[in-house]
Design a protein around this ligand. Structure first.
Ligand code: CAA
Length: 390
């Protein structure tokens, strides 16, 4: 029995800042961002857009042509949660008007949690092949104005329906794991901006990749040459390139030249370069980018996935692209979304970034901006209010 992705979609903010505006403000060459970290633009959500509206937009599109009555589990993966108790998934469940006989919960382990959602869904769907799981990963990456991490911010969500009737990717059952207690990136409850030891986080990412790969290849018997393309967690596009070169050197030494290796990941990087880090969603934004931008038919090709969540957990797993996948991807909608975004000045971006709701329990409405099909309308008696706009 094959278990995997039946449908998949992403959504990002309708607003972005070009990193040349950030470079101008810092008086540094923009090549540091465009080439040094490989990022050109980053999504900048307005006050009435949050991880729920991003997630609901992605999930609405991902569930449009599936039998929604069969969804009995919604898993919401995030590291920028809006409530310490209630799952963000319940708001999405309500906005999508899914059936009430459903379990909904949130998972967290930095950028890794959606991979846990996939791995936990595989045996569940094997046992219950008539059911479907809606997995949503949604995050807004915030490091702070003027911080070293600022050019690696971003925002977006990916939603996928997992089932025993996959149309896009069928996952292999083996995976390799790595966990170590480190402080490379974290966010205490009292702040909505992450703390990060940037260089150390890159080192830990690579270490977790190699360790996860070692266990994966030992368990599965598969070698580097068994993979056609690789999807990495992508906090910034150069991270994917660095990771892939390290893995190739570790797995096969100097057998492949740089151009060949970059060809194995370049199509995964298009969207991330102009959206930025979407934390838990980013590896799957890379997968969508690959599926929608590859000039080749990827049918039957094996893809390697490496998910990394600071703190840290890494997992290497794999899957095969299924025949006819092209019919089930939504490239037109994604291209339209990305092409129709509004560019913000650095000042306007700072205004969006700095908006914060009062915490006194009063009634407040957020200013209206473009947020797709759903919007975060405000707050009343400490309760968040969401609207369907159709
Ligand atoms: N032209 C071209 N390249 C230039 C340049 C210029 N003018 N100036 C500098 N560069 C290059 C540097 O040589 C360097 O290249 P290499 O990596 O190949 O050595 C690159 O630009 C980055 O420059 P710095 O080394 O000066 O790095 P920085 O101090 O600006 O920090 C960063 C970069 C560590 C990524 C920082 O933005 C950061 O901390 N980001 C957040 C943390 C992060 O994303 N970590 C990734 C792993 S953890 C993870 O994956 C989980 C997660 O999502 C957070």
């Amino acid at each position: 029995m094959k278990i995997g992705i039946e449908s998949i979609n992403f959504y990002t903010s309708n607003y972005f800042i070009d990193l040349k505006s950030l470079a101008e403000d810092r008086n540094i060459p923009v090549s540091k961002f465009y080439h040094g970290i490989g990022q050109e633009k980053m999504a900048a959500p307005p006050p009435d857009e949050d991880i729920i509206t991003l997630a609901a937009n992605a999930a609405y599109n991902a569930t449009k042509s599936v039998d929604k009555d069969k969804i009995d589990t919604v898993i919401f993966a995030t590291e920028s949660g809006i409530d310490q108790s209630k799952s963000g998934g319940i708001y999405v469940h309500q906005l999508l008007q899914l059936g009430k006989n459903c379990r909904v919960f949130e998972v967290k382990q930095a950028c890794y949690s959606a991979a846990a959602g996939i791995q936990m869904s595989l045996p569940y769907l094997m046992l219950h092949p008539d059911r479907k799981v809606l997995l949503v990963a949604s995050d807004i990456a915030r490091y702070g104005i003027g911080s070293v991490g600022e050019p690696t911010q971003g925002a977006g969500a990916v939603a996928m329906v997992l089932s025993a009737r996959p149309a896009i990717v069928a996952f292999d059952m083996e995976s390799g794991l790595y966990t170590e207690d480190v402080m490379d990136f974290w966010r205490p409850n009292y702040t909505d901006e992450a703390f990060v030891d940037g260089k150390f986080s890159i080192k830990m990412y690579i270490k977790a990749l190699i360790e996860s790969w070692n266990q994966y290849s030992g368990r599965s018997g598969r070698e580097f040459a068994d993979f056609y393309r690789f999807c990495y967690h992508l906090p910034f596009s150069r991270m994917g390139e660095k990771a892939h070169i390290h893995l190739a050197k570790h797995a096969v030494g100097d057998d492949y030249d740089n151009d060949f290796l970059m060809g194995q990941i370049s199509d995964t990087l298009h969207y991330i370069k102009i959206i930025g880090n979407t934390y838990a969603a980013s590896m799957y934004v890379g997968l969508i980018s690959l599926l929608e931008n590859s000039n080749e038919d990827l049918t039957g090709r094996r893809i390697g996935f490496f998910s990394y969540g600071s703190g840290c957990v890494g997992e290497f797993f794999s899957g095969e692209i299924l025949p006819g996948y092209q019919k089930y991807i939504d490239s037109g909608a994604h291209t339209k979304l990305l092409n129709n975004r509004t560019e913000l000045s650095y000042e306007k971006y700072k205004e969006f970034y700095s908006y914060s709701l009062p915490e006194d329990g009063g009634d407040y409405q957020t200013p209206k901006n473009e947020t797709g099909l759903f919007r975060f309308a405000g707050i009343s008696a400490h309760k968040r209010i969401y609207q369907r706009l159709f």
